[in-house]
Design a protein. Structure first.
Length: 580
């Protein structure tokens, strides 16, 4: 039994058999198996060879039919390598003599094989190295588990283990039988983590090397509540976790009783809880969980698909679907926040040295005005269909806000000339996500319709910690005293100016921060729908006076650890049964 600690994306327990997603580009570390497991590894290897040969033969067949003999020859060469007895025997030997795991043995032998090609003087043979790499990947995938496409065909509840997942892969998990996820990569506010949170199943990420420590078919427990994964649990641990699984289901069931009650404190202060969504169909989920509108619709996910950017009509339809799903409640549409860790297909080839500081968000929009205008036209047309607000990501200077706002007005004029109905009073706001914007908040308050604080980015820029990098994730925390002070100043400035201010970073959905955020003066929080019931329950159990006292005290600490410990104690006093 192996216990690994990572970062939780969603609470709860999942227990099941593992499937390991393609190990492309992952180095397989040395792993041995017990003597009595050697036959199993040999069978695993044999099956992987057979499956690989079958796949390649099918591909060659298809190519021969559609593109002719020459194209098919490449794959026939692959079949030849896979059928090479000497290669297979070398791998088997490594398993038998060293007790090496099949994946490790295959990867080592294949890499030696690659080296031989590298040393050849004939450039045509050196070219073959790519083919050998391709064969290695295929073989490893067949040893370790599934490919992305296979996930769609899982026949039973399964735990997915992978080095990383792209946002697009993550977005499709809801259509599969995956019940929990464990990843090597990622940090709490990476976009993959955000999507996993919306999906709502237990998940632990940032585990560094989980994908190479296990094989498909092993049993794993994901303990999202305690940020752990347990590989090959012993019977008593398994039994204990079955009980915990039931307790968590009971706890979430009890929370559901709160979802349709108003978010009001014991002394009658009203708070508005809104939903963050990535896809239009989630708007209805937000309402079902007790949300009162959409505080953040991350529209860039419409663009992150293989077909490229959606047309104006496709966008219009998506926005209308979100509006309909949200009932009569307002929908805040954030214009596409591309760049950084969210690339469109064609941009993924243009490497940036510091993508988080690169051409992203509103900067990208203002340099791609045609694409930006298409989106604004779609948003404005949707504003004729229901209550919509528009918001720009990563505004860092007044000039950027003015230019973006002007683009909205240009698009509006065009549409009005065409006789299209739009909301000419549409509210135009900004996300406050950079230290520069926080420092200039008073100036912004004079020009913007509303402000939504994006703490995911604000924390990364304020603390100089990459939000998606597991190696520095322990430095990334909303409890840092500097973060609390900046939030205090921004919220205070907005309140004094009478500007509508909300917070839509991940901290809005974490019960640990609910009381301090209320105490700092926020009355609108936007979060993953799954978090709404618990945050609501907490709000209904406190008075505003209590929250203000907690905020004052939290602001007096010097270190993040003191802040976290204090907030945990205070939250537990209010909600002792919270398993988090
Ligand atoms: C944020 O930065 O806090 C935010 C809500 O936006 P995103 O997570 O999409 O960058
Ligand atoms: Mg952001």
């Amino acid at each position: 039994m192996d216990i690994l600690r990572g970062i939780s994306v969603a609470p709860g327990v999942a227990i099941g058999e593992v499937v390991v997603l393609e190990a492309e580009d992952v180095r397989i570390p040395y792993r041995t198996v017990a003597k009595d497991q050697i036959p199993e590894e040999l069978t695993r290897l044999k099956e992987a060879f057979d499956a690989s040969i079958r796949e390649v033969q099918e591909q060659a067949e298809w190519l021969r039919e559609h593109l002719g003999r020459d194209a098919a020859n490449v794959f026939e060469w692959h079949v030849g390598v896979l059928k090479d007895d000497h290669l297979r025997e070398s791998i088997e030997e490594k398993i038998q003599q060293e007790g090496a795991a099949a994946a490790y043995a295959a990867s080592t032998v294949m890499r030696n094989y690659q080296r031989r090609f590298l040393q050849m003087s004939d450039p045509l043979l050196v070219e073959r190295i790519r083919d050998v790499q391709d064969i290695e990947r295929r073989l490893l995938r067949n040893i370790l588990g599934a490919s992305a496409e296979d996930l769609a065909h899982l026949s039973k509840p399964t735990i997915l283990v992978s080095h990383d997942l792209t946002p697009t892969q993550t977005a499709h998990l809801a259509e599969t039988k995956v019940i929990g996820v464990a990843l090597d990569a990622g940090a709490a506010t990476s976009h993959t983590a955000i999507l996993l949170r919306s999906w709502g199943r237990p998940g632990v990420i940032g585990l560094k090397d989980v994908a190479t420590r296990i094989s498909g078919g092993d049993t794993m427990i994901i303990d999202g509540t305690n940020q752990l994964v347990i590989v090959d649990p012993n019977p008593s641990t398994l039994k204990e976790y079955r009980t915990r699984e039931r307790a968590y289901v009971r706890f979430s069931g009890e929370l559901n009783e709160f979802q349709h009650l108003p978010a009001v404190t014991r002394d009658e202060h009203r708070v508005t809880l809104l939903s963050n969504i990535e896809f239009p169909h989630e708007a209805a989920i937000g309402v079902a969980k007790g949300g009162e509108g959409i505080g953040l619709y991350r529209t860039e996910f419409l663009f992150l698909r293989p077909e490229g950017a959606p047309s104006e009509d496709e966008q219009y339809e998506a926005y209308c679907e979100a509006i309909d799903g949200a009932g009569n409640q307002p929908v805040t549409i954030r214009t596409f926040d591309l760049g950084a860790d969210k690339y469109t297909q064609q941009r993924s080839y243009e490497q940036e040295r510091n993508p988080m500081l690169g051409l992203r968000s509103i900067r990208y929009s203002l340099q791609n005005l045609d694409m930006f205008k298409v989106q604004l036209r779609a948003v404005l047309r949707a504003s004729g269909h229901g209550k919509v607000r528009v918001m720009f990501p990563l505004i860092n200077s007044l000039m950027e806000f003015r230019q973006a706002k002007m683009t909205v007005h240009d698009a509006m004029e065009d549409l009005e000339e065409e006789g299209v109905r739009v909301d000419s009073d549409i509210e135009i706001g900004m996300m406050l996500e950079t230290p520069a914007a926080a420092i200039q908040v008073k100036e912004f308050c004079r020009e913007v319709g509303f402000i939504s604080i994006g703490t995911n980015d604000l924390i990364q820029y304020l603390l100089a910690v990459d939000r998606g990098n597991e190696r520095v994730s322990r430095f990334y925390t909303a409890s840092h005293p500097a973060v609390l002070r900046v939030l205090r100043d921004v919220i205070r400035a907005c309140t004094q100016a009478g500007i509508d201010c909300s917070l839509c970073g991940e901290m809005a959905g974490r019960p640990l921060y609910t009381l301090v955020l209320l105490g700092l003066g926020l009355r609108q929080l936007s979060m993953a729908p799954a978090n709404i019931p618990e945050v609501k329950k907490l709000i209904r159990l406190v008075t505003m006076g209590q929250a203000q006292r907690i905020a004052r005290r939290a602001l007096s600490f010097e270190t993040d650890r003191q802040v976290t410990n204090y907030l945990r104690d205070e939250t537990r006093k209010v909600l002792p049964e919270d398993p988090i």
